[in-house]
Structures are given as C-alpha cells and as structure tokens.
Design a protein around this ligand. Structure first.
Ligand code: GCB
Length: 607
C-alpha cells in the first residue's frame, strides 16, 4: 500500500478535524440505525487524538469496547473518473467502516494504516456519511495481547501486560484519496553503492500491467540524476549522495505508468542510498561502525494521548537533536508515517518495532500483574496470537521497507524468550522477517529474566538487544552491586559474537526531587545510575549502542508502582529536561564528536 500523496495524477483530502462521537456503552448499537439516523447524543471528538483524556467523564475514559465516529464528507467534483479510497493512518486497535449504509470493511491491528476502495458507493461532487466503529479491546488474538474480564456487576475491565496506557481512537490522519483506475499499487526499492556510484533497484506492482518509466530525482537539488524503464529495473546514480546518520540525503523514485504519450499514473517514492551490515562486533552503516545513542520512545502526550501532532513531532525531534541522540526505537509499536518520514529526511536512525509487547506471563508478581501461568499456552500467547503477530511483521516491513532510517526490525519487546515454547513460537517469525526483507538485520528485545543461560532464541537473530534495570527493579539503589551484575551478565552475551545494544535502562525520577544521597526517585540518583550504566557499556567492545528508557515520562495504566505514569523520562511529560538530560547531552555529543568529528549535527546542518 502506498502512502497517500498529491501527485500529477492523484489527489488527497485530509479529513482531520472534529467528528461526531458516541460511546457504545453495551457494545450493541445497531450500525443500520446509526448510519441512517446518525449517532445519538451531542458529543464531538478530535481526529487525530486518543479518546481517553478528552472527556471529563471517567466512564468514557474506562469504557471497554466500541466507540463510534461519524462525519459527512464531500467527494470533490473532479473525481468522477477516479477510484476513491478512504485511508486511515491507524485505528487502535480495530475498526469497521461504513460509507452511508454500506459496510466498506474491517481492519484489526492498532498501529498500521489501512484503506478501503469506496468508488462504487460515492459520487463525485456529492456528500456521503462516513461512520467508523473503533474497538479498544485486546485479547489473545491481538498484538499486543490482553484479557477482558467481565465483573459480576457487569462492568468490563481490560487487562494487559505492557507498560503504557491502552489509548484508543483514530490516532492518525484520515484521508480521502483519488487515484487513477490504472495505478501503481506498491514499490520496493533497494540500493547499494560502489565507490561514488550508487545503484537503485525497483520492483513496481501495478493494478493493470503497462509501460513504466522511472526518473530518479535528487531531493536536495530537484534535478533528475538517472532514468530507467520497466516495472522491474535498476539505474546508476553518479556521484551519489549517501544517506548518512545525522544528515539524511534522499532521492525520489518518480514512477510513471505511461500509455503512449499519456502519463496514466505518477507516484514519487523517496529512498536513500545506504548500506547496513553486521560484522562481528560491529554495526556498520555505509561501511562505518555506528554507535546508537538515544531512546526508546512513546507516542504519548497530554490531552492527545497517542494522537499524532506535527508540533509535538518537531519538538521531540528537536530535543533528540539537542541532547545529541542519533537514534531511537519505536517502542513498542510502529509510529506514525509522518514521524518516520521526518527520520528519513533528517538522518535519525531507527530500530523499527512491531506492537508485539506484553508476550510474557512470567512477570506475574513482578513489575506487572499477569495472573500467572505459562506464556505460550492456549488463551495466553497461542496460535491465534502468532497468526496476528505474523501479520504485524509483514505489514510493518511492507510499510517501512523503503525507509533508509530503518536499520533493524525488532519483532518483539521482552517476550518470554526463556519460556517453554518460545523457540517454536519465534523461529518461524524470525524467518518470516528475513523472508520479507533480506536487506536488514532482524532482532528482538530481551527481558531481564532471560539471561544468556536461560534465553532460548537469541541465536536466531543478528543483533542482541537487551533491557536491563539493575539498580532499579533489582538491587534497588545499590549501584555497586548493580554494576557487578551487569558486567558479569554482559560477559555472557559477548560469547554470542554479535553486536549488543542496550535498548532499555532507566530509573523512575520525580522532576525537582534532589538529595545529597544517591536516593532512588531523585534526579541525582538518575544521573548516578546512568553514569554506572555508561561504565558498563564503555567496558565492552561488543556494546554498539545505548538507548535510555525513556525519552520522556509517559502515561501507563494504574498500579502501585506508577504515580501518574512511568517517570523514567530524561524529559518530563511536557518535555522539560531533568538533570539526566544534561548529563546525556554531555556524554552523547562527546561520543558523536569523537566518532564523526563534529559536536552537534543539527546545528552544523543549519550552518
Ligand atoms: C520494560 C518495558 C517497558 C517499561 C519499562 C519500565 O522493560 O520494556 O515497556 O515501561 O520496562 O519502566 O518498567
């Protein structure tokens, strides 16, 4: 599926704004009535945004089940000859869509785009009623999985094993799209280079096979630098500009479907020329060792919840630049395409993660409450979960395969990789990711309990990504013991002979709380904790990256270990720096300077 775009042959209308809204209290509202008579009540909602923090009503916030969105849409007059689609950036976690009384389709998976062809049900120049039913329930057929419990008094409760709030709603833009009947459906771009000459290869899927012309345009200069023909082909780029961390460097593959002299469809897909390779203890980008600095992040803001906002995107990436970070992980789900486009443009290196989080029933009685039992058993993480997990891997790679910023696929966060059945569950998924994309390393993120002796799946992957909380959840406040344990464990991971990235390490910290002692929850402790971690990382040539948990404080479900959310941020939820942020800024900019000979790539870029 292609991202909606205006081109010489395509048009888009963004449907963001305020929509009518209703809560389906008993999850039994009749679509036929709602699509003919409209939604009951007078509520409105913002799109894009999460539902949960908008209404001053706890019952709305805690509702488990369906929510209804509705608005009238006018199809532009000139779209009579075109196919008309309605495209959703995401609906968390499932949606069914109606166009007037016609059911256009359903989609399950809360962080992926989907679209429906509605050509036969709309008329150019006329209005139609667009109705969307969003479902926020998570069960064992979902990624992430969850459990819905019905209490004796009839209330429903949603339980889940991941540590971020189950925000729901239309989190990304909704777009009406016009495209020609004969059109480009998809394109896969791969690149390489030799000396100063780049090579771009393309494979184009079309609705109806026809002649194809391709122009390669340098996005910096706007000049065409190469041309080619055919649905499958390649072209050379002389004096190629490589896509480079901290800088970017993009080209457009401008695809034209032609019929004689007529351009039937035209679409521009951006790409970058760069290589990624894992060699012994090194992670190489364009043949040079790369050391990841940055964060596991969240799409999370006050009021908006997980709703995408360009203003917040700019602010967050500015802060990444300020702090000297060169990378991030899209913990724990795929982020909005607007955000990924930004990373492509500005050279931010991305570990791209599926929404497979909370696949771990071993955490009962620990950080989270699972209710016990084995992870890989019927009703927990089972064949149904795996089927959805497969889809999530396929879809993520299909969506982001052309992005130069993405250098690793992370197929899960902290699954029970030492549990019975882990290998049987993950072996086919690791293979699937490789089959979908043979060009990028594949990994998963390891949980603390699955030590080198216990873990059953690390050999299936190219890189080792580990989350560790010694000094916080374990050996709390005792940084001396924590350092010893981390170092000993690291020696175990080194034996795998693969690069290691610490994808999480962190300590909850209340902004403004200080102490002369290394007291947990203070800003002083957070800095001392990070200094301890840094000593461990710097001691091993196998460690090729550090991504602190988390970029900013974020909302979670309630629990005795969470006071208004997770407070491990280097920034507060409203993006003010804690002392840790200044510490990291010093460390990462110095590392950056040592590696690349400059202090702050964004300032340099601005000249
Ligand atoms: C983890 C999880 C992350 C949590 C974090 C924490 O290991 O991957 O989702 O938020 O720990 O702070 O407990």
């Amino acid at each position: 599926m292609l991202t909606p775009k205006d081109t010489p042959t395509r048009e888009t209308r963004v449907l963001d704004g305020t929509w009518r809204f209703a809560v389906d209290w008993d999850n039994d509202l009749d679509p036929a009535t709602l699509t003919s008579e409209g939604l009951p009540g007078g509520l409105e909602i913002a799109v894009p945004a999460s539902v949960n923090d908008l209404f001053a009503d706890e019952e709305v916030r805690n509702h488990v089940g369906y929510w209804w969105y509705q608005r009238r849409v006018r199809v532009p007059r000139g779209w009579g000859e075109d196919q008309v689609l309605v495209h959703f950036g995401s609906a968390t976690h499932a949606a069914t869509v109606w166009v007037d009384g016609h059911e256009a389709g359903s989609f399950k998976g809360g962080y992926m785009p989907f679209e429906f062809d509605i050509t036969d049900h709309v008329t150019a120049g006329e209005e139609f009623l667009l109705t969307v039913r969003v479902d926020n329930r998570l069960d064992n057929t979902c990624i992430p999985p969850g459990t819905v419990t019905e209490l004796p008094d009839g209330r429903r409760q949603q339980n889940y094993l991941h540590d971020f709030y189950n925000y729901t709603g239309l989190h990304r833009s909704v777009t009406l799209v016009a495209r020609p009947q004969r059109h480009v459906c998809d394109v896969t771009v791969t690149t390489s280079y030799e000396g100063t000459t780049g090579t771009v290869n393309w494979e184009i899927e079309q609705a109806v096979d026809g002649d194809v012309k391709v122009h390669v345009v340098d996005k910096q200069t706007g000049k065409t630098v190469a041309e080619g023909e055919g649905a499958t082909g390649s072209a050379e780029i002389a004096d190629v500009t490589l896509w480079t961390p901290g800088v970017g460097g993009l080209y457009d593959l401008v695809i034209e479907l032609v019929d004689g002299d007529e351009v039937v469809d035209s679409y521009a897909q951006h790409f970058g020329v760069r290589t990624v390779e894992v060699r012994d203890n090194e992670f190489l980008i364009n043949g040079k060792p790369f050391y990841f600095t940055g964060f596991g992040m969240h799409e999370d803001h006050e009021t908006l919840g997980k709703g995408h906002s360009n203003a917040h995107m700019i602010q967050d990436t500015e802060l990444l630049s300020w702090i000297g970070a060169n990378s991030l992980r899209t913990s724990h789900y795929p982020y909005a395409e607007e955000f990924m486009d930004f990373c492509d443009r500005h050279g931010i290196v991305v570990i791209d993660e599926t929404p497979a989080v909370g696949l771990n029933w071993g955490m009962a009685g620990g950080i989270l409450d699972s209710g016990g039992g084995e992870t890989f058993e019927k009703g927990h993480v089972d064949d149904d979960t795996q089927a959805q997990h497969r889809l999530e891997i396929e879809r993520l790679i299909a969506r982001d395969k052309n992005r130069p910023s993405v250098v690793i696929w992370s197929i899960a966060n902290e699954p029970d990789s030492s549990g019975r059945g882990a290998r049987e569950y993950f072996e086919p998924l690791a293979q699937l990711a490789r089959d979908c994309d043979p060009t990028r390393p594949v990994g998963f993120v390891n949980v603390t309990f699955a030590t080198p002796d216990e873990d059953k799946i690390t050999d299936l992957f190219d890189v080792i990504m580990i989350n560790r909380y010694n000094g916080w959840y374990f050996q709390t406040g005792d940084l001396v013991s924590a350092e010893q344990t981390m170092s000993e464990e690291l020696a175990g991971w080194e034996k795998y002979g693969k690069p290691i990235i610490y994808t999480e390490f962190g300590a909850d910290t209340v902004a403004g709380l200080h102490s002369v002692y290394n007291q947990p929850f203070t800003e002083d402790f957070q800095v001392a904790y990070l200094e301890m971690c840094a000593r461990v990382f710097d001691s091993s040539k196998w460690v090729v990256g550090e991504q602190m948990w988390n970029f900013a404080d974020f909302q979670t479900k309630y629990g005795y270990a969470r006071v208004d959310g997770n407070k491990k941020g280097a920034f507060t939820r409203d993006r003010r720096p804690k002392a840790a942020a200044r510490y990291l800024r010093g460390r990462w900019t110095a590392k950056d300077e040592a590696a690349y000979g400059r202090r702050d790539w964004r300032i340099r870029e601005r000249g």
